[in-house]
Design a protein around this ligand. Structure first.
Ligand code: PGA
Length: 245
């Protein structure tokens, strides 16, 4: 595990974008597993700028998203389909045929999970997985207690996660369930990059990096992954006893 601490959100986002750009330059047909949320917005913004200014191309890459709310149609404004189209996919030259987001409104969610997991396998597995971290240590929607051998599946969201995400929804009520890729799926990625910014992540980050490795803090399990980097801004790193490694 590597831990890199950058001074602020902007420099953390720039470093994350450089890692993604480096991967697609080195391997244009790379397979990415990507996050939503507030944290990666700066990274996506920079990747879009690199595409516009320098011609950084994603047209041979394959994209998977980590998760989607169960029951949301792809055009729902709070869906991760819409988030990804608006913040990244539509703004670069990603091939629509190579973009995969779990279908939250699939009539048979279990079958959708299986289909998604198969699609990742058939793409040859993930070259680079980028993650955020929840205040409770979740990764994707793998909430505390998520089994290490879990695959893409339907999960119940933690109440704390629903509260944090409530403002995205009319009536301030987030869905109760979601589809998420599993811990094992994330763990099989050849490289993992986990981003955290801001004081409200400091505790989760410190427990993930310096606490016990346990499924109670899903992000802590990444310390067993051979190629994981925690990319933090100073505020998110504030509760670590080691400031860098
Ligand atoms: P955030 O979400 O980037 O909006 O803080 C991170 C997460 O919950 O994984």
């Amino acid at each position: 595990m590597r831990v890199r601490v950058l001074p602020d959100y902007e420099s953390m986002s720039a470093a994350a974008a450089e890692i993604v750009a480096g991967k697609v330059r080195e391997k244009p047909e790379a397979v990415f597993l990507l996050p939503t949320g507030t944290t990666p917005l700066g990274m996506y913004r920079r990747l879009v700028e690199m595409h516009q200014r320098e011609g950084l191309s994603f047209d041979r890459a394959t994209f998977f998203n980590l998760d989607e709310y169960l029951g949301l149609p792809p055009d729902h404004p709070a869906s991760y389909h819409v988030y990804m189209e608006e913040n990244f996919y539509r703004l670069v030259d990603a091939d629509p045929a190579q973009i995969h987001v779990p279908e939250g409104s699939a009539p048979d969610p279990e079958a959708e999970c299986e289909r998604y997991e198969t699609a990742i396998r058939e793409a040859g597995g993930v070259d680079l997985c980028v993650l955020g971290i929840g205040r409770n240590g979740h990764i994707g929607f793998n909430e505390p207690g998520a089994p290490f051998d879990s695959r893409t599946r339907v999960v119940r969201l933690a109440e704390s996660t629903r509260r944090v995400n409530a403002s995205d929804f009319e009536g301030d009520r987030a869905p109760e369930r979601a589809i998420t890729v599993g811990m094992a799926t994330i763990f099989e990625s050849r490289e993992v990059l986990i981003l955290a910014s801001g004081a409200n992540k400091a505790r989760a980050v410190a427990v993930a990096i310096e606490g016990e490795i346990s499924d109670a803090v899903p992000a802590s399990m990444l310390r067993r992954h051979p190629n994981t980097t925690f990319l933090l801004d100073q505020e998110a790193a504030a509760a670590l006893s080691l400031s860098d490694e």
